[in-house]
Design a protein around this ligand. Sequence first.
Ligand SMILES: Nc1ncnc2c1ncn2[C@@H]1O[C@H](COP(=O)(O)OP(=O)(O)OP(=O)(O)O)[C@@H](O)[C@H]1O
Ligand SMILES: [Mg+2]
Length: 369
Amino acid sequence: MNPFKYGCVVCGENFCRRGEAERQLRRFAESGQNVVVQGPRRMGKSSLVKKAISDMHGMNLVYIDLYYIGSLSDLCKRVMAGIAGMNSKMSFIRKVMSLVSHLRPTLSFSTTDGSPIISVDARAADDPNSLQTVMELLEKIASGGKTCIVFDEFQDILRIPDADRVMAEMRGAIQFQPDIPYFFLGSVRHDMMAIFSSPKSPFFKSAAAFEVDTIPRKDFVAFIGRRFAKGKRKIADETASRLIDVADSVSGDVQELCAALWETTNDGATITEGDVPLALEHIFARERKGFEKSIARLTPTQIAVLKGLAATDEAKIYSSQFLDSIRIASTGTVKKAVKRLAADELVYEWNHTWRFVDPFFREWVNRKI
Ligand SMILES: Nc1ncnc2c1ncn2[C@@H]1O[C@H](COP(=O)(O)OP(=O)(O)OP(=O)(O)O)[C@@H](O)[C@H]1O
Ligand SMILES: [Mg+2]
């Protein structure tokens, strides 16, 4: 079994402890503080919040994933799923169903693990009053004991046709629940900014900001060593550190690279930097079609800028050094090209430098283009 996991929320021994970040989130939950949790994709937002809250003594977690919702009834369904996931005791489930009776709830059981599923009638849930019903339900459930309510991929609320009204009503309800900590997670920065930092938004300045950063290197290096040791494989700290660099310190990508190294080496082996190219080839083989598609859409100038960014650490795109390296004299041209690359979600700006959304795409551009 490959001990490296990626593309899912991780817990238990697959989760590298994040000491201070976990403590800070627990302090927020303890004090009933609402929080916006942001950070780049695959950095570990969902895993961190779930771990921090579920490790708290006497704190319940209602985890509501809004990924790709498109309507009010989707929102109601996800809230119900989050509530059913908190406590699967039948007495609790029946009580919840009675509290939302006019959404015409029905009960079924998951075919995979037998857990209860509460479905609501789509037409009833699309009625504008349904939001008030589910917000009141959250309040009733959370006000008895300690409960943290987490909305993940919260920016997808903007996909609901009358999102402004829905957000205003939600905010109105949350405002009167000062003891209940609401955590709002999101990875699409400009949408999260529009929700929490725009004066026009009902959620303007309504929550403390928390940024999920990279896992402290020393801890991640030790974690990587422990995981490789599962197959009696050894890795020097400097090599593990180098892997973190190759994957741009993005938690999920570091684990993906380690998983590929696991696939391409044997038990008992000592992992060295020399093993990295084969592991990358392993990843490229899976991703090549998508990478080629991304390149095919670009003009020669855009490709030149992309190659320049791939070859430079911490690229400052208007420096003369960068312009010389790509042989383009005009900053306007570079600006336009970068804008297009960002619109295609190939690169993004972080701390005033440009980074690749996918570090393996950067490696591929460096090695193959
Ligand atoms: N604390 C951690 N220790 C080890 N690996 C982690 C940790 N947190 C995240 N990861 C890695 O990152 C991957 C993505 O984690 P998670 O889904 O929590 O991130 P996210 O920021 O919520 O991502 P998304 O933006 O896609 O929602 C995990 O599958 C795992 O490989
Ligand atoms: Mg997530």
